[in-house]
Design a protein. Sequence first.
Length: 266
Amino acid sequence: MSRGGDMVYIPDDSDFSSFRDQCESLEGWHCRYNKAGVTVWSQGQEESCAVQKIKTCISCKDVPAETLYDVLHDTRYRKKWDSNMIETYDIGRLTVNADVGYYSWKCPSPLKNRDFVTLRSWLPLGNDYMIINYSVKHPKYPPRKDFVRAVSLQTGYLIKANGAGACILYYLTQVDPRGSLPKWVVNRVSQFVAPKAMKKIYKAGLKYPEWKRKHDPGYKPWVYPEQNTLPSVSLAELSIQHADSLENIDETGLPEDHLSTSDHET
């Protein structure tokens, strides 16, 4: 999403339009999983390649699009449902619909945990919503010794209203995990990790209205920019996070049979 250059930029309408087209198009995508209302596709890469483009879709009954949009923005609530997350926080705001944030997540044991610093932007379009991000470098948040700094080339959500009180959620991601991963990890992402993550978001959407009523119900800075108290960040402080400048580790020899029991949950 960095347009192939070294300049950090805030996505514009053409970037959101391109992202939406990728979510809705089937051309060039190969179905890897289709069960229980969840579909997973991959695109254009060999299975052995770590930098795959993955797309996932789930139909969410009884969850309005605007509710799921709130769920995906609300970092306080994310701690309730995202069991893979280690830590997340907003670093600073760029505009009324763009910010910089940090996210770290648990990888299936025995892989090392990963983290990201990303520029995130969002756009409501009528009854539909999009949130997209890509990796950037911030001088105050360099790679840490206890994590492998991964690179989001393009990651995001498209939430499409689907009648009254329902929606369809697309998740599209192309991430460089900065490691030579074993083939079983790549397969597991499409067969287990992605479907499980989508089901978690759906369940989180069902429970969010009740939770939000008890936790500062009027506070939604992603909807009401005047509520945003984050410090301002200048684009000049940021640079593109190029994958080749980061440590690359070889985890291809790690055996699948060492996975912890929780990693096998579907």
